[in-house]
Write a protein that binds this ligand. Structure first.
Ligand SMILES: *Cc1c(COP(=O)(O)O)cnc(C)c1O
Length: 356
């Protein structure tokens, strides 16, 4: 069996996807073709925000969000230590300092209590300017936005939602991608909504940020294509990828239901042997990963492997343990929950085409 069965999905959607790709080959507008704006409209509608702006990948989406929020040298940006590297990487790439935060043991997401402690110690130190929070919807579950938004307001911080894994999730019906000042996602093939290469998107209700990001993603263009009014980047979603995503987005609600059925089956079957993920009331997960915990992880993974069931570890190394961040002088023990999680978690197969 496959960890993520992209082949089964393609077989299911083959005719529609092939027709979409051929349509692009026929019209030949490979860059910023009509499928791109069509997709952006449908994404904005799905997420329930005013603006969806596509770009080249989820990492660029974060970088563009940070450019729009003017995150720069001397700023402190808070993010979970238990996440994918890009969350912290893009903070450092903007020349700001990532300040890591411990996780909640039940949800694996950013712990608001530890977040407030870390904000207060940056303020007490008086060296960096506390500027923003990047919250991550880890493994498909939206972060605790009620608590995080309250802290952002209390300390006058901007909030970015990294929904690279969270797309399709929700809290009380409010969709992932609609939280914070700016939200970002990734269409990397293994994400809940993936294309056939790299892709990403940025979501916001703020007209100014949207206009800025639309300019920044195309070399800081002004209203005249050849007058560049600021320094930007080249980060567009290919028209072919947008065409593929239009078909995949149409199928996505059905896949989400299937993913949630699989998660229920896992919980029923596994909960005596493993700590299974917990979803708070009124939260809906898109199950980017089905991640369980065991204090005998290696044995457990081997046992699954012997049954022909592939498993993966996301993530074995927290951000504060990454060589690239050794200059920040964190040490083992600084983030007890995240360190426990990274030593115990592993993920089981999850996709919208699983057989029981
Ligand atoms: C995948 C991922 C990203 C980066 O997305 P890419 O499209 O691979 O650049 C950022 N943040 C998180 C949490 C991710 O899982």
């Amino acid at each position: 069996m496959q960890f993520i069965d992209l082949e089964a999905q393609y077989q299911h959607l083959k005719e529609k996807i092939d027709a979409r790709i051929h349509k692009v080959l026929d019209h030949g507008q490979y860059i910023m073709g009509p499928e791109v704006s069509d997709l952006e409209e449908k994404l904005a509608e799905y997420v329930g925000v005013k603006h969806a702006i596509t770009c080249a990948n989820g990492t660029d989406a974060l970088t563009l969000a940070m450019m729009a929020l003017d995150i720069k040298e001397g700023d402190a940006v808070f993010c979970p230590t238990f996440t994918f590297f890009a969350t912290a990487e893009t903070i450092a790439f903007a020349k700001a300092i990532p300040v890591f935060v411990d996780s909640n043991e039940a949800t694996y997401n950013l712990c608001p209590i530890d977040l407030e402690k870390r904000i207060q110690s940056v303020i007490a130190e008086g060296i960096l300017t506390p500027k923003a929070i990047v919250a991550v919807d880890l493994f498909g579950l939206p972060a605790d936005y009620a608590a995080i938004e309250a802290l952002a307001e209390k300390y006058d911080l901007k909030l970015i939602e990294d929904a690279a894994q969270g797309f399709g999730g929700s809290i009380n019906g409010k969709m992932a991608g609609s939280f914070g000042d700016i939200a970002t996602t990734s269409f990397f093939p293994a994400k809940p909504l993936g294309c056939y290469g790299d892709g990403g998107a940025i979501f916001t209700d703020n007209d100014e940020y949207a206009e800025l990001i639309r300019s920044l993603r195309i070399h800081g263009k002004g209203t005249d294509k050849y007058d560049n009014v600021r320094i930007g980047v080249n980060s567009r979603l290919d028209t072919i990828q947008a065409a593929i995503l239009l078909e995949k987005l149409a199928e996505f609600p059905r896949e989400l239901e299937a993913r949630n059925k699989s998660a229920e089956n896992y919980k029923k079957t596994l909960s005596n042997d493993f700590i299974t993920p917990s979803v708070p009331d009124n939260y809906f997960s898109s199950w980017a990963q089905y991640t369980v915990r065991s204090n005998r992880r290696d044995d457990a993974m081997k046992a699954f492997q012997e049954q022909g069931i592939p498993t993966m570890v996301y993530y074995r190394t927290c951000m504060h343990e990454q060589s690239a961040f050794s200059n920040l002088n964190y040490k083992k023990g600084d983030f007890p929950v995240a360190e426990t999680l990274s030593s115990q978690v592993f993920s089981l197969p999850m996709h919208g085409y699983m057989k029981k």
